[in-house]
Design a protein. Sequence first.
Length: 421
Amino acid sequence: MSRTTPMWPDLDAEPPSLSSEDAHAVRRAWATLLPDADDIADRISAQLLAARSESATTPPDYPADVRRTTRDHIRLGLRTMAGTPPEGERTVELWRALARRRARQGVPLEELLASYTTGCRVLWRSLLAVDPRNRSAERQRIVALAGHELWSSLEVQNAVLVQAYRLESRRLRRLDDGRRASAMDGLLLGRGSDPVFAREAGEHLGLRPDEPLLVVVGELHGNADPPLRAPEDAIEPFGVRSQWRIRGGHQVGLVAPGALPVTEVLSRLSGTLVAPAAWMHVRTGFTDVAGAYHLTVRAADTLSAQVDGDKALVSTTARLPELLLASSPEVTGLLVEEVLGGLSSLPDSARDVLVDTLAAYLEADLSPTHAATALMCHRNTVIYRMKQIVELLKHDPHDNRDRVLLTLALLAYRRSPDTAG
């Protein structure tokens, strides 16, 4: 055996089978460290705190907590290895309790596991430093057996720590998800004007109660994907915070643009669309979120499977005529009947031609030339058809009031052609 410090135990080798005498000698070896348990623990905690990143976020009392829990671990660990554990105390329960505690404090699992490795290393070196003049072969053998026991226990510790940490992390995620969902529901139901609730909701959602927000809503269709697929991934790299929730058959998002221009945020969200969605800008923060949410839900519901032939993220204010129509089905039905009812006696094909002509004429700002281009027909054909329409409907688009009525009636008719029956 070398006259230098004993080597680290070979953990790849089969665990040694200890005789009762060897086991007793190993326990005595560990017992020699008991008087220095707190000093050893303080050296471990000093190394742990020195190794922490300056950017790591933990509670203010974390350093004191590390020193206290490390002392608890070393005291119980040494007494257990020395064969004199306190009655009713088990190291495995201490490991589980610390894993749950560190999960709640937001300490990464890797850092927790590394702390136990550091603890084992300091314990091992402390054992080597006992009676350094005794370099007998028997002493070296007992120290090696003690080291093997120590490092073998680390594998058990790690397994217990990982399981307890992950269980607690899942529990915390469920709790956090529930709190975020409750906070978001409260805002959408109109509790944003309550200062106490607004402050708590902001903490859970990671949003400031008074900052401008975008309310984004898309309707879910059957078992299809949400209208926006992984929208967080598209905006969070640019410092845009958001919270998303499935609620009442809709995907709902609260988005804080921050320093990024709203147009840029909308452009990046548009890249995640698989179906149309609506949005509204709320400049006053939580106070007016509920009103914007209800309007945007109704605007989203007016969007068909496609808008203007493509997926789109549409401003709620751009859907005001549709919102007016959707707010009163009875009035909408009456509007179609009274304004377009004169077309009901025509065959379907003839009615469709005149409806398309009227729509093109209105969209072309009453220009028969431009309407003819859109319809791919002659200008005189548009003029002739418009004379028919005015005679049948008794409404002239050159009259301002009639033009509004015709425009709204066409919107309603195209949403549900059956209402013209």
